[in-house]
Design a protein around this ligand. Sequence first.
Ligand code: AQP
Length: 346
Amino acid sequence: MSDAVQTQSSNAAFTKRVFSGIQPSGDLHLGNYLGALKRFAGAQNQGIETVYCMVDQHAITVWQDPAELKRSTRELAAGFIASGIDPEKSILFNQSQVAEHAQLAWVFNCVARMGWMQRMTQWKDKAGKNSQNASLGLFAYPSLMAADILVYHATHVPVGEDQKQHLELTRDIAIKFNNDYGVEFFPVTEPVIEGAATRVMSLRDGTKKMSKSDPSDASRINMTDDADTIAKKIRKAKTDPEALPSEAKGLEERPDARNLVNIYAGLADMSVDEVLRDVGGKAFSEFKPMLADLAVAKLSPISTEMAHLMENQDEIDAILRKGADSARAIATPILEKTYDIIGMVR
Ligand code: AQP
């Protein structure tokens, strides 16, 4: 999609480093878990350097209640840790504590083009018909996201399918910067979007993604929902009257059914075909309780741990401060070098 010319063919010169972030803009849900958190822990446990961030500056691109933003940031940190992110192994912090993100974002605002931003589907979806009234920050969101990633020279970014377009824009910004200044300074980041549930859909509409901002709480499973609530939401999830097929292609025209099977596959670490080999031919009245049991078994230990961690908020704050110090140790020299490349006197 870009006006940038692709010249950099590999990231061979860069050490493999993973970066990803989540907005503290509401309650974490099953989409965030399967599309992001679960895979973040996977990358950490492969021994790769991992940097994970609560992107509070992204959250304020739409209005956030200040007290609620603080609570959500700490709860999100608890969600990361309860999902297996170990602050001793990964760098874990909130974005606003590392000023280099916003500083590099300004540079990228001057590299990225208005037309690139205007094409972003998230901008079109979130700003809607009222775009003149949307914040400038919401428009420039992908530029800050590029800075989040590139200020660490991150080479790999695990995200859900919904973030693919923003990552392509991150690549375009890196390529244009490198071309404009005749350097190979920023890596051309690889999106890591794999597995069965990289796009978890709404339980009320299998064509819409599960989202924190959906006004219907029944559309999503929150990570803090108790067992009864999870079972009730799955029981009420939209489906169709047919039994489950025994092969994935039988789900092609059945978005609601496909979503529930995808969720099962994501939670069980199975492929969709493996799930259908076991449950093909079953009615939803039989499959839904199986899915509810699996969801409760996987999510309950996480929500219990989150509640436990939230009892000691000072400890969470200390973890985030320490993580921010480690993040700055990587980001500061990269920003300094960027300033030098673009000709800022230091
Ligand atoms: N439905 C989803 N399926 C798979 N992955 C998802 N992610 C979000 N929703 C799904 C992944 O979670 C990570 C963090 O997302 P985010 O909170 O930073 O932003 P978002 O994508 O805008 O999430 P929401 O829930 O839709 O928030 P709102 O409603 O506030 O916009 C990303 O890796 C994302 O891919």
